[in-house]
Design a protein around this ligand. Structure first.
Ligand SMILES: [Zn+2]
Length: 91
C-alpha cells in the first residue's frame, strides 16, 4: 500500500520509481505525477493508472482528439484499450 505521508519534492529516478507501488491501485509503479494542489509532490503511478489519468484529464478539458490521443498513448505504454474502456466506463 502506498504511504501518503511520503513528501517527495524531487523526482524519483527511473530505477527508484520502479521500486514503488502505484499510489492509486498498488500495482508496480512506472511513472510519477505531480498535482499542484498536492504541493507538487511526486506520486508514483502504474502504467494503467497513468493512462486512465490522462484519459480523465483529456475528457475533462474536452480535447477534440481525446479518443485518438488516448488510443495512441495506451498503445505506447502497452496498456490494453479494453482495460481503459472497462475502467473508465467508456466504450
Ligand atoms: Zn495503478
Amino acid at each position: 500500500m502506498y504511504d501518503w505521508n511520503v513528501k517527495r519534492k524531487t523526482p524519483y529516478t527511473e530505477n527508484g520509481i520502479k521500486r514503488l507501488c502505484c499510489a492509486r491501485c498498488g500495482e508496480p509503479a512506472d511513472c510519477q505525477w505531480q498535482i499542484c494542489s498536492d504541493d507538487r509532490l511526486f506520486r508514483p503511478l502504474c502504467k494503467t493508472c497513468d493512462v486512465l489519468l490522462n484519459a480523465l484529464v483529456l475528457a475533462w478539458v474536452g480535447h477534440p482528439e481525446a479518443e485518438n490521443l488516448i488510443a495512441r498513448y495506451a498503445l505506447s505504454k502497452s496498456v490494453s484499450l479494453n482495460e481503459v474502456e472497462r475502467l473508465t466506463g467508456r466504450k
